[in-house]
Write a protein that binds this ligand. Structure first.
Ligand code: MN
Length: 381
């Protein structure tokens, strides 16, 4: 039986000419740009005078176990019409959609350049959401300072965006999320607009000396670095809870995409223990236990993690949803139905429904309901 699921983690692939067609040349040439080696093994990213040389990771040239590149295996990766065919085939209904090149924006250190680049991405990405409400696009927010972030938050909310993509750390050189003096206007704007904060793991801001995502070299590097990309989401949420963001702004909802889910109950327990046992050192004091914010204000998406299901069914965290990570190689494209059945066939109906569609619908109530499970293809478009 076909299972339909919303995805809490998907990606758009920006066209190569996005910035050259939308920005003045002197700005466009400083925006992130990827140049692949002829043999496809490495790429060089040029970002505002910095050069990042790296082995090809999730980008277009990476090949899956059948030797297919992202666009070969997922023809809808950069086409809003073809993408729906891919989604229908896989049984994916609505998607929370992140940028791809936009994830590099955190490495831009000029606030005006960053703001212009984010606005260009946001004007382009919103065409997807305008085309079909199954696309819930995340607006890329310039996060070097509140002065540039707040106007873009209001602008994209007025456009109709429902979610704001936040890197797990602010832009390069900015103070981190727990510095209330720096970020309070941003939290206020988020609460006021009702945008969901969408953190995607692995999005720490890096300069050319601390290559994006590649902290370790040597034996086991690929696995070690994959784990390293996971922790940033947990750190961001910890900083928000500990500095009282949810205490002052109980309306904020923050999603952490692609990072599994069992970390939620773990972080909740650790924070409660610290809050109780180290209370005399805890500043600011919070109105409620840290775990209450985690369980109520924080959400998480996972793709293959067997343990994530138990974070709901055994540990009781209700704010969990599945995510496809379409069209990335670590996602479920090509085997989504197999994955969904493996994850949910032995799970009670209510929990399965919440993880496949309900959690997502709670965050984004404007999205039309998913087809009933067992329906092969949704109604004609
Ligand atoms: Mn992802």
């Amino acid at each position: 039986m076909k299972i339909w699921a919303n995805s809490g983690d998907s990606h758009l692939v920006e066209p190569d000419d996005l910035f050259t067609t939308s920005l003045p040349a002197e700005l466009a040439e400083r925006m992130p740009r990827s140049v692949k080696d002829p043999d496809g093994s490495h790429e060089t990213l040029y970002i505002d005078g910095q050069e990042f040389r790296r082995q090809m990771p999730k980008a277009a040239n990476l090949k899956d176990e059948h030797g297919l590149t992202v666009v070969e295996r997922a023809p809808g990766a950069n086409d809003m019409k073809l993408r729906l065919i891919d989604l229908d085939q896989e049984g994916i209904w609505a998607e929370l959609v992140y940028p791809s090149i936009g994830i590099w924006m955190g490495s831009i250190q000029d606030p005006k350049l960053l703001a212009a680049g984010c606005a260009a991405i946001n004007d382009w990405a919103f065409e997807y959401q305008r085309f079909d409400p199954r696309y819930v696009c995340t607006a890329t927010i310039p996060l070097l300072d509140a002065e540039h972030a707040v106007p873009e938050i209001h602008r994209v909310a007025d456009m109709g965006y429902k979610a704001a993509y936040f890197s797990v750390t602010p832009g390069l050189g900015a103070r981190d999320w727990h510095y209330t003096d720096d970020w309070e206007p941003v939290w206020s704007a988020i609460e006021e607009t009702g945008l969901v904060i969408a953190f995607h793991i692995g999005t720490e801001a890096h300069d050319a000396t601390t290559m994006h995502g590649a902290y370790y070299r040597g034996p086991g590097g690929a696995l070690i670095n994959y784990m390293e990309t996971t922790y940033g989401g947990q750190r961001a949420i910890t900083k928000m809870i500990a500095s009282g963001v949810f205490d002052r702004h109980p309306g904020i909802k923050a999603m952490v995409s692609e990072g599994g889910a069992t970390w939620g109950p773990f972080v909740a327990d650790r924070l409660d223990e610290a809050y109780r046992q180290h209370w005399s050192m805890v500043k600011p004091q919070l109105r409620r236990l840290p775990s209450e914010y985690l369980y109520e204000n924080v959400y998480a998406s996972f793709q293959h993690d067997r343990s994530a299901v138990k974070a709901m069914t055994t540990m009781g965290w209700q704010n969990i949803c599945w995510g496809s990570d379409y069209p990335h190689i670590e996602g479920t494209f090509g085997h989504t139905q197999k994955t969904l059945h493996e994850l949910f066939d032995d799970v009670d109906e209510a929990s399965m429904r919440r993880m496949t569609v309900g959690t997502f619908e709670e965050l984004f109530p404007h999205v039309p309901p998913a087809p009933a499970n067992g329906t092969e293809v949704p109604g004609e478009r």
